[in-house]
Design a protein around this ligand. Sequence first.
Ligand code: AMP
Ligand code: ZN
Length: 130
Amino acid sequence: MDCIFCEIVNGEIPSYTLYEDDIVKVFLDIDPKTNGDTLIIPKKHFVNINDIDLNTLNHINSITKKMYALLKEKLNCEGLTIIQNNDYGQEVKHFHVHLTPRYQGDILNHTYNKEALQNIELVYKTLKSE
Ligand code: AMP
Ligand code: ZN
């Protein structure tokens, strides 16, 4: 399969690996948004949140907590933003979680298109409809 993260897992592409075990690999994002921008991936290929099993997801969450402690201790980050893209907006189709350390004065913008927004009541009714 032509998957860049599987190639990283298999050692075919180098990575700045911070941690690994039987289930996950944790490495620096090659295009960091802040210092220490990190990715956690399962070693097994899952495409997205619909695809991945809960045991693996739980393990990823527990490693996330450990990585935040490491990022705080070593880089003195003051916060952590966790992002996980699925389908649209997902560049690499191998499940991954972005751990982006936050620092006073950094800029991590989530821009959005206000024009595309529907009335919140309408959205709520649609979501609650049978
Ligand atoms: P996403 O848009 O959520 O799929 O994010 C994919 C992320 O993978 C981006 O932040 C890329 O910078 C990162 N990325 C792509 N190739 C590599 C690589 N070889 N090593 C580390 N990070 C990578
Ligand atoms: Zn893969």
